[in-house]
Design a protein around this ligand. Structure first.
Ligand SMILES: [Zn+2]
Length: 394
């Protein structure tokens, strides 16, 4: 930690550039933990950032140790960023009422924000309880993930753990994750998150150098749904088909139902597994949840017949109850409607002339999705669909 209580009970913070002689003076004094009041030592090596630590293994709940250099550096840089922009900031204040000690607490436009720069994984339970404690206390938490933790799979394709998905902020229409690299002195905003499966997401990094950016970028980034990854998506969807043919297992309920309905994953229409607005809320891959919507509600209907939205919702809920469609835990985006992406998908099928809007809460089957008769036809259908999609996006 970078701040502590001195012998007079005042909170003091180690200055950013402290000369060696002054450090020796500092080290001659006694310091105490603001949470547990135990005595602290001021650690300072050749390279390591000077910081306070509990003397021995301590049962202090206010602070997790040991702290890495990366964390200390990041915390200090972010703190300085707020100060430089005249935002009232406190380093590691102890909030006794909720027994929490955020990395930084800032006050901006009548609102307090707890900044947590998270470099090591913590349990989902701890993430949720900390978030809730702040929210109940009227403080908005801002969780920033260590940039070095993000795993890039390919250009514009990332693999996020369940823990990392917890950091999703902004809105389900434009979900993003804030990451920070103290080495680069830059924020990297991973956006827009466009998940293909529970872990894999398409996205790109927006680079935000601290030096010329106002911290209000952390509070207000409302953007609308945009889709940037059509070609990558297409390749990934194709790879899913090829891979699934080889590996699909009948013990998996989705593939079991698929085969029972007479569909091979290889020839499953490309209309199943499309990117839609708000889909971040669903953890199950779009191919699967859209596949369930298709199998449960659309495939047995004749052209011209009606489908009620309420029935589609019901079927979707049943799959959720069975655990075949799962929602993501997104504590920083509470209260979102899980049917939003379902609506968005039905709207897309309407634009693709598979469905037709039949009045409030009603759709009519306009064209049937049928298996192709040859692989040439299969490719042709896929081509046609993606050129339509590209036109729509443009
Ligand atoms: Zn302590």
């Amino acid at each position: 930690m970078l701040s502590a209580r001195d012998v007079n009970g005042n909170i003091i913070t180690i200055p950013e550039n402290i000369p060696k002689e002054r450090l020796v003076e500092w080290q001659a004094n006694n310091y105490y933990c603001p949470c547990c009041a135990e005595e602290l030592i001021l650690k300072a090596g050749q390279i390591k950032i000077p910081h306070f630590a509990h003397k021995k293994t301590s049962a202090c709940t206010g602070f997790s140790e040991p702290e890495t250099e990366y964390h200390l550096l990041g915390k200090r840089q972010l703190f300085q960023w707020f100060v430089d922009n005249r935002i009232e900031a406190e380093m590691e204040p102890y909030l006794s009422k909720i027994n929490k000690r955020p990395d930084i607490l800032i006050h901006y436009k009548q609102q307090s924000y707890a900044i947590e720069f998270q470099c090591s994984p913590i349990s989902e339970e701890l993430f949720l309880s900390r978030t809730k404690s702040y929210q109940d206390f009227g403080i908005k938490p801002i969780w920033i993930l260590a940039e070095k933790r993000i795993k890039r799979k390919k250009t514009r394709q990332y693999s996020l753990s369940a823990f990392q998905w917890l950091f999703t902020v902004n809105t389900i229409h434009s979900p993003m994750i804030l990451t920070f690299s103290p080495d680069q002195h830059k924020l990297y905003i991973l956006e827009p998150l466009t998940p293909f499966s529970s872990r894999t997401t398409f996205s790109q990094f927006t680079v935000v150098p601290l030096s010329n950016t106002h911290p209000n970028i952390l509070f207000s980034v409302n953007k609308t749904w945009e889709f940037h990854f059509i070609e990558e998506w297409r390749i990934k969807r194709k790879a899913w088909a090829i891979h699934s043919v080889k590996t699909a297992n009948h013990t998996n309920p989705f593939f079991y139902e698929l085969y029972k309905s007479g569909w091979s994953p290889a020839w499953l229409p490309s209309e199943i597994g499309l990117p839609v607005e708000g889909m971040v809320i669903i953890e199950t891959s779009p191919v699967e949840w859209q596949g369930w919507v298709f199998m449960d509600c659309l495939q047995h209907k004749k052209i011209g017949s009606r489908i009620y939205l309420s029935q589609i919702y019901q079927a979707f809920q049943k799959r959720m109850a069975k655990g075949q469609i799962r929602l993501r835990t997104l504590p920083l985006l509470p209260g979102e409607n899980p049917f939003f992406p379902v609506d968005a998908y039905l709207t897309l099928l309407t634009k693709l002339k598979i469905l037709e809007f039949g009045g409030k809460g009603i759709y009519i089957i306009k064209n049937k999705l049928v298996p192709p008769t040859s692989s040439v036809e299969c490719m042709q259908l896929e081509n046609d669909l993606y050129s339509k999609l590209s036109e729509m996006i443009l």
